[in-house]
Design a protein around this ligand. Structure first.
Ligand SMILES: Nc1nc2c(ncn2[C@@H]2O[C@H](COP(=O)(O)OP(=O)(O)OP(=O)(O)O)[C@@H](O)[C@H]2O)c(=O)[nH]1
Ligand SMILES: [Zn+2]
Ligand SMILES: [Zn+2]
Ligand SMILES: [Zn+2]
Ligand SMILES: [Zn+2]
Length: 278
């Protein structure tokens, strides 16, 4: 449930292991707000009788009266607890977990496949793919030979810490490896949800306009790294790189920035150096 954009949590979240083709339903939770403001989170399928009113009008009502803040806080608190658990898991195994965030189509999967292929002999990289529908991205990642699971969020617009927990439980990543988590393409909601990652890596392509960092400041503020992709297209698009860097540094002065093309390979070595030095 994402109060920010009002997307529902009555979604069919699934996890697919593309190696075995096995699909699991993982939408284990369900949140209701009662008249008195109490938030109930429970799991069930929708074939049973409820002991509480089952509609989301109360959420809409709460939103109208500005009481979503407390609901949102509770959802995020629950997420943060799971994120802390994930962080402990990663720390215990010395796994570098990175949360790749961007708008749809900025080049996350292309950058990932190239990175995995180029670093194959040096680092083990496993992947959790997040998309609303399809296992297309996981199939592309699988072709590199690395371990990957696909999470489909249905109507959900972001990954949550609990989904990532299901993902790495299925993957069983090796100690001293990297776990790349490709979030659902969305520059807004994923900024709110800590997955237990070491860093959020924001991907921005030169076809999106140089003012994205100031239009969606939360995402760029939450990220440690920004990767400007598709720089091979600069001759064909109107995109002021210096302006973009200036905007990015304005919202987040400590942001580490790389400029790359996953097609020509330009700039990738700095990104790889950064990965190896974490
Ligand atoms: N010219 C050029 N095209 C690129 C580059 N990186 C990705 N693309 C293209 O951009 C399109 C989208 O790339 P994806 O890697 O699927 O983007 P994504 O961010 O994973 O997309 P979603 O998962 O749907 O959000 C594809 O047609 C890629 O071939 C690049 O560096 N240069
Ligand atoms: Zn949302
Ligand atoms: Zn419901
Ligand atoms: Zn219910
Ligand atoms: Zn993708």
């Amino acid at each position: 449930m994402c109060v920010t954009c009002g997307c529902s949590d009555d979604q069919n979240v699934t996890l697919t292991n593309v190696a075995t083709g096995k699909l699991k339903e993982i939408n284990g939770h369900h949140t209701h707000t009662l008249e008195d403001g109490t938030v109930i989170t429970h799991s069930h399928d929708h074939n049973h009788k409820h002991d509480h009113p089952h509609n989301h009008l109360s959420e809409i009502h709460a939103k109208m009266h500005g009481t979503t803040i407390s609901l949102e806080e509770k959802i995020l608190q629950k997420n943060d607890l799971m994120a802390a658990q994930n962080r402990g898991y990663f720390k215990g195994r010395n796994i570098l977990a990175l949360n790749l965030v961007s708008s749809p189509g900025s080049g996350k999967t292309t950058l990932l496949t190239r990175t995995i292929n180029d670093l194959k002999d040096k680092i083990i990289i496993n992947v959790i793919e997040g998309d609303q529908e399809t296992v297309n991205d996981a199939q592309k990642i699988k072709e590199t030979g690395c371990k990957v699971v696909q999470i489909n969020t249905g109507t959900g617009c972001h990954l949550e810490a609990s989904m990532v927990e299901k993902g790495y439980t299925e993957l069983n990543p090796e100690p001293n490896s990297i776990l790349m988590i490709e979030n659902v393409g969305n520059l807004v909601c994923p900024a709110l949800f800590d997955l237990g990652e070491a860093a959020k890596v924001a991907i921005l392509s030169v076809t999106e306009g140089e003012d994205k960092p100031i239009k969606y400041p939360h995402m760029f503020r939450e990220s440690k790294v920004m990767i400007l992709t598709k720089i091979d297209l600069l001759p064909y698009v109107q995109f002021d790189v210096n302006k973009c860097l200036e905007y990015a540094q304005k919202v987040n002065p400590s942001l580490t920035i790389f400029q790359v093309s996953s097609v020509t390979g330009e700039g990738l070595s700095s990104w790889y150096d950064w990965l190896e030095n974490q």
